[in-house]
Design a protein around this ligand. Structure first.
Ligand SMILES: NC(=O)c1ccc[n+]([C@@H]2O[C@H](COP(=O)([O-])OP(=O)(O)OC[C@H]3O[C@@H](n4cnc5c(N)ncnc54)[C@H](OP(=O)(O)O)[C@@H]3O)[C@@H](O)[C@H]2O)c1
Length: 306
């Protein structure tokens, strides 16, 4: 495994991390085996959210920590709050603090290493968020703070009132879902790829030393699922296969390597629950795509270059 130093922190995190959204329907033995495999492979970063499996993902992970208390010191645990599923977004001080207290209980830990605000709340009062963060930090319940799916100005506004640096922005990124990269490549053109849905967030984060995490690194979309072996993405799979043979890894590894090849030091959050797939993702570390291969994969996913 290789590691990134998260800017503005003393945290050294594995380049590949495990997202725990999909563990909710697994047995405790299966989750135990997955988490144990991660640690054996050098993965030290685990991503959660209060809402994953309605709390069940954190609960199961906490059960594994009860079985293996020695694991806690080897891990960086991140969780998120701010979505009240199907109802609203809620960045009120009361909700943030209550959510963290519940996550701490479920995860069976004294502190969360990184807390992210999951998705922007239109009714967010940044001063109130700053107060919630201060209370959590001073109580020793959260060490660092970040966001997910936030625009540059949403981050800037939060940062104005938050006494701690925003260190992470977790964004959706895969070869197929590459919005944060597309607009920069197609800038000043009239085509749809030039439409910047994310307001320059990639360069904003790089400029401000905010680490980007890539969620759903193998997904095309919620409806299609993974693009690996998906009939809608035949040219992409052909090229993934060709490069997989060349580098002696799987197609999955090449897809993850495409994210790692970007110089922004992006951390893929992989969501597999299979140890075999996990190993394929980790193999991405061995691959350093050429610039031409990176652009060829971009085009094979159905996009153009201006
Ligand atoms: N911040 C946000 O708004 C947000 C939103 C969504 C997710 N997330 C985070 O991102 C993490 C990853 O999301 P994700 O689960 O959608 O990511 P992903 O790694 O793109 O997808 C994992 C899914 O793809 C399947 N898959 C199919 N073929 C695979 C292959 N060859 N290799 C590996 N997996 C394959 C996996 O099945 P198997 O289990 O059978 O391998 C699993 O169901 C989540 O766990 C969560 O922590 C964040």
């Amino acid at each position: 495994m290789e590691y990134y130093q998260i800017p503005q922190t003393n945290l050294s995190v594995s380049k590949i991390s495990l997202g725990c959204m999909r563990i909710a329907n697994k047995t405790i033995d299966e989750v135990d085996a997955l988490v144990t495999a991660c640690l054996e492979y050098g993965i030290n970063f685990f991503d959660h959210a209060d809402i994953y499996g309605k709390g069940q993902s954190e609960q199961l992970f906490g059960e594994v920590l009860k079985r293996h208390p020695e694991y806690r010191n080897k891990m960086i645990i991140q969780t998120k709050c701010g979505i009240v599923s199907g109802c609203r977004y809620d960045f009120s001080k009361e909700h943030i603090i209550q959510s963290v207290n519940e996550s701490l209980n479920r995860l069976h830990v004294d502190s969360i290493d990184i807390l992210l605000l999951h998705r922007p709340d239109a009714l967010c009062d940044p001063m109130e968020v700053g107060q919630a963060f201060k209370e959590l930090y001073e109580a020793g319940k959260v060490r660092y703070f970040g966001v997910s799916n936030h625009t540059p100005y949403q981050i800037k506004l939060l940062q104005k009132y938050c006494p701690y640096p925003i260190i992470i922005n977790q964004l959706q990124l895969s070869i197929v879902h590459s919005n944060i990269i597309d607009a920069g490549i197609h800038m000043n053109m009239k085509e749809p790829l030039a439409f910047d849905t994310d307001m320059g967030i990639l360069d904003y984060c790089r400029y401000n030393d905010i680490m980007i995490q890539a969620w759903s690194p193998l997904q095309a979309s919620w409806t299609e699922g993974s693009f690996i072996d998906h009939p809608n993405y035949e040219p992409l799979n052909q090229l993934l296969n060709q490069l997989a043979c060349e580098y002696k890894v799987s197609k999955t590894a090449i897809a993850i390597a495409w994210i790692l090849r970007h110089p922004a030091h992006i951390q893929p959050i992989v969501g597999t629950t299979s140890i075999a797939h996990l190993k394929e993702c980790i193999d991405a570390i061995k691959v350093h795509l050429t610039s031409q291969q990176w652009y060829d994969l971009y085009k094979a996913s159905g996009k153009t270059l201006p």
